[in-house]
Design a protein around this ligand. Structure first.
Ligand code: IPM
Ligand code: MG
Length: 359
């Protein structure tokens, strides 16, 4: 039996995962749903944000659907025992190196974007972020006190050619399967800081080499990451697949999220090699400011379930139904506060379930 491990985590995580769970029970009743603890919830129960047992269960499942981790309660804890360390440990432990973060502007939400409607209507970008290397994991790192009492912080940005090539491959393959745009950046736009960083030089060389060897049919362009940040708000619809390292991808994906109207709408997938479990999570995080109020938008979690059905569970028809149901619910006017409505998390879940029944 296929299993989906639910890790609701902290903040609004449990609220939105509860709705995704109801949708999963409806569209995939034979799927084995399991429940585990991650982040602050795991710290409170076990003293650490990710236990070896939870990682083992994650590895043994077909996919993992995560809510969010972190919150003010755990902010004072040392870095390697904080909720975020659980998430990083899970990504690393599952070796899910390719993070797919779509930024899609649903027609019903174009006016909720920070940009004008004519800039974002029909927006459909996919950010492919490297997720298990770079400055997030590079050694050496740390904070030390020098002889004269000055404190010194150190992080290392490290990439190998293998790490760059395997994530670039995912971006090229995705671009092949997506509709080509009639713009200068119609295929893959690879971002780096090759003008100042050695890893940037290597990144550009390896992406270019892989492209020439195996993907010369896919249009490829390069851009400095800062220029890409600018381009994202100037002419976002000209972009298709954006490839970036772990840190630049983190920043660019938050920026892209804002273009779509609400970060409460955006799912993500983290994939490893074929046949290994994928990790799915809403982009929005634990949102401590609204946690516990039952007003968070469950759509990002429900759409993360959709991605899990499609990419890890081989259930494309069920995934299509979930997608259509969310679109119809939105089109019928169902909306949580973040997208200009007044529905609670549960009511929004109800609207999606109702739309599912009507498909
Ligand atoms: C994200 C988040 C995480 C990251 C944090 C919570 C560790 O910002 O998934 O984008 O930086 O990767
Ligand atoms: Mg982030």
């Amino acid at each position: 039996m296929q299993t989906l491990l639910l890790l609701p985590g902290d903040g609004v995580g449990p609220e939105v995962i509860a709705e995704a769970r109801r949708v999963a029970e409806r569209v995939a009743p034979d799927l084995g749903l399991e429940l585990g603890l991650l982040g602050g919830a795991s710290i409170d129960a076990h003293g650490e944000p990710l236990t070896a047992a939870t990682l083992a269960r994650a590895r043994a499942s077909n996919a993992i659907l995560m809510g969010a981790v972190g919150g003010p309660k755990w902010e004072g804890i040392s870095r390697n025992l904080r909720p975020e360390a659980g998430l990083l440990g899970l990504r690393k432990g599952l070796d899910v190196y390719a993070n797919l973060r779509p930024a899609v502007c649903f027609p019903a939400l174009a006016d909720a974007s920070a940009l004008k409607r004519d800039l974002v209507e029909g927006l459909d970008i996919m950010i492919v972020r490297e997720l298990t290397s770079g400055v997030y994991f590079g050694e050496p790192r740390g904070i030390e006190t020098l002889a004269d009492g000055t404190r010194r912080g150190l992080d290392s940005q490290v990439y190998t050619s293998t790490e760059i090539r395997r994530v670039a491959r995912v971006a090229f393959e995705l671009a092949r399967s997506r509709p080509r745009k009639n713009t200068a950046y119609s295929g893959v736009l690879s971002c780096d800081k090759a003008n100042v960083m050695e890893t940037g030089v290597l990144w550009r060389e390896e992406v270019t080499r892989l492209h020439a060897e195996q993907f010369s049919d896919v249009p490829l362009a390069h851009m400095y990451a800062d220029a890409c940040a600018m381009h994202l708000v100037r002419a976002p619809r000209t972009l298709n697949v954006i490839l970036a390292d772990n840190l630049f991808g983190d920043i660019l994906s938050d920026e892209a999220a804002m273009l779509t109207g609400s970060i409460g709408m955006l799912p993500s997938a983290a994939l490893g090699d074929p046949g290994t479990p994928g990790l799915y999570e809403p982009v929005h995080g634990s949102a401590p400011d609204i946690a516990g109020q039952g007003v968070a938008n469950p759509c990002a979690a429900i759409l993360s379930l959709e991605m899990a059905l499609r990419w890890s569970l081989d259930r494309a028809p069920a995934a299509d139904r979930v997608r259509q149901a969310v679109e119809r619910a939105l089109a019928s006017g169902a909306a949580t506060r973040d997208i200009g409505g007044a529905l609670s998390t549960r009511q929004m879940g109800d609207a999606v379930l109702k739309a599912l029944d009507q498909l």
